[in-house]
Design a protein around this ligand. Structure first.
Ligand SMILES: [Zn+2]
Length: 360
């Protein structure tokens, strides 16, 4: 009787232990909000942070899930419920998120405050080049250069060289975000050169159009050591502008340019770009009944898994812990179709290797 009771108690203890381990894989932030008066963790101590981050990847693995490193999301830091968000990441197996603070003007050290509050879950990325970049591209890159070097950022966030209005902006009637900064102009030159000098990677938003491909290739050929992450693999908003890009073309790019990467932040199979009314996430097989990746895309990813990076592309107006569930489900819907070891490489190993030049 006593032995049975003891067994029950031990079993109960194990259940409680595993539940709490599941709910909290790393220490949770002490506060719910990232206050403005927190001293940013700048310059970043990457050696110390990497020890935390590596431990976290291993902790997610120990739950049986494939860890995710999200290479591309941006946040409104003033509105982020960081503690609840951290709990959500733990539950969903999101090891790390490259954190870019969304701001339209000047510089911001908000990512440094976030890392001070939670040095376990967020990899600091610089602020993204959105309106501020479009208005003064060269000025923006000069500011970026100062901060990347001085503050020790491991990643430069997304720069919008060519950007149509996003679906959410279309909904709100904001059609002004029709951005065009020539990638082979002075700001592009400065950005590619900065990446070469610092060996840091940067992201580009660059809509897929036939006419935009030659200038990009020109820059990739001219700056073979610049590490470029082209966001939103196979997201084509207007099929009529794009006759060249497809799995064969992406394969050719990968095999020609050694430092070109792609992130997989694209919509689900039924996601429609509202202006063209087209299903813009072209990676999906539209003839299949469920969400299925086209065979040719699967082959190129499988042949070159280190060039593809998991990404959610969360944004400041969709950063609630509830939204996180939706984003992770979408991403895993894609990742789960990749065979191992490709799945683990795309989910987290490729990002670690690109950012830190070492294998996990
Ligand atoms: Zn983008």
């Amino acid at each position: 009787m006593f032995a049975r009771l003891m067994r029950h108690i031990v079993l109960l203890g194990l259940v409680l232990m595993s539940t709490s381990a599941w709910a909290e894989l790393s220490p949770l932030p002490a506060t719910d909000m990232v206050a403005n008066d927190i001293t940013p963790a700048i310059p970043f101590d990457l050696d110390a942070l990497k020890r935390n981050w590596r431990a976290r990847v291993n902790a997610v693995k120990a739950t049986g899930q494939v860890p995710i490193i999200d290479i591309e999301s941006s946040f409104n830091t003033g509105k982020l419920e960081i503690r609840r968000f951290a709990e959500g990441m733990d539950e969903l197996g999101v090891a790390l998120i490259a954190y870019s603070h969304d701001t339209k003007r000047g510089w911001s050290d908000a990512a440094g405050r976030v890392v001070a509050v939670d040095p376990w879950r967020f990899i600091p990325a610089t602020i993204g080049g959105t309106e501020n970049f479009a208005e003064d591209p060269e000025g923006f890159v000069a500011l970026l250069r100062q901060h990347v070097v001085r503050d020790n950022y491991p990643l430069m966030a997304e720069h919008e060289f060519r950007h149509y209005p996003s679906p959410r902006q279309v909904k709100r009637g904001e059609l002004h975000r029709d951005v065009s900064v020539p990638i082979d102009g002075p700001a592009g030159e400065a950005l590619f050169a900065l990446s070469e000098q610092t060996e840091g990677s940067f992201q580009i938003h660059y809509e897929i159009e036939d006419g935009l491909l030659p200038p990009l290739e020109k820059m990739l050929a001219k700056h073979p050591k610049a590490k470029v992450i082209w966001a939103h693999l196979a997201q084509i908003r207007y099929a009529e502008h794009s006759r060249i890009y497809g799995p064969a073309y992406v394969r050719k790019l990968i095999e020609t340019y050694p430092n070109l990467y792609f992130d997989v932040a694209f919509g689900g199979p039924n996601s429609v770009y509202p202006i063209s009314n087209e299903r813009h996430a072209r990676i999906w097989d539209q003839n299949a009944s469920g969400a299925q990746i086209q065979k040719e895309w699967l082959e190129v990813i499988n042949d070159h898994p280190w060039r593809f990076l998991a990404a959610m592309d969360m944004g400041g107006d969709r950063q609630s812990p509830d939204k996180l569930v939706e984003y992770v489900q979408n991403l895993r819907q894609f990742l789960n179709q990749l065979p191992e070891p490709t799945r683990s490489i795309v989910a987290y190993k490729a990002a670690w290797k690109l950012l830190f030049n070492e294998e996990l």
